[in-house]
Design a protein. Sequence first.
Length: 325
Amino acid sequence: MKTIKKVLLFFALLGLVACQANPAENKDNSTDKNPQQPVVYTSFYPIYDLTKSIAGEDLDVKSLMPLDVEAHDWEPSAKDMKDLSSADLLIINGASMEPWVDQVKEALPDLKILDLSQGLDLLNASEDEHEEADAHDHDHEEAEDHHHHHSDTDPHTFLSIKNAIQYVDKINLALKEIQPDTSQNFDQRSKDLSQELTDLLTKYQKVFSEKKSKTFIVPHSAFAYLAKDFNLDQYPLQGLTSVDEPDLKTIQAAITTCEKLGITKVFYEYGGPSKGAETIAKEAKVETAPLATMEMQVPSKGSKEVHYVDLMEMNLENISESLDS
């Protein structure tokens, strides 16, 4: 009996030594799972979500800025730069959405950066604001006090599904360059995501082609690309980047517009303050609803993880209902 116990003890010790000699084979050791896996950084939530959907578990995808921080107000720290120095690729929206990218290029000149806005038909922010001010009797000088965008370009390109489809193709090609061994996986996920977006685009086109009313009231001027795609007219309560509540003059003008055009919903930023929208809705006897600009991630209230496609589905449903007079 003692002999058997000695034999069992010997094999137990032998197994322990083997585990220590080969930590990568220990299922509990996640840090050594794939030390050679390329690291891809993305700038903010929608870029992270689209990239992660294509990369799956084949790449280590990170968001450079915290996902729950408003994208327009963020600047990278020294630690962020240090973290980024180990990346194989940085994917940004571009179109001046990330004004800090010049700092990155100067500090990390060898870092590969994919600018998804390259080649897109970009909208001119200043011209767009002048047109909106004329159309909605807004005071342009007053509007400029409410936002801090320092570029002539409207950066909200990612809210166009047509652009998002192009983003998927560009991200797929870039990921295959840094890890060709799993290119088939990237191709399949990219194909699936593109099909989802294409189906959603078709749905958008059908829904809005049947609407006689075209104007929808938005919390700030983030939906020009979406509006252009479907011949709609966004009526912004604030400028390109503001998340402040609208002033009294803006509220009174919006109430008049609701009554004049038969608008049935006033929108607030999904996950943001709704007081201004509620004031307009109460006076105009209409409803309020959220619209997602995706400039930050809003935690899901349910068990289901929410993605770019889900939020664009929500935007479609809510905008569509607001055009029902």
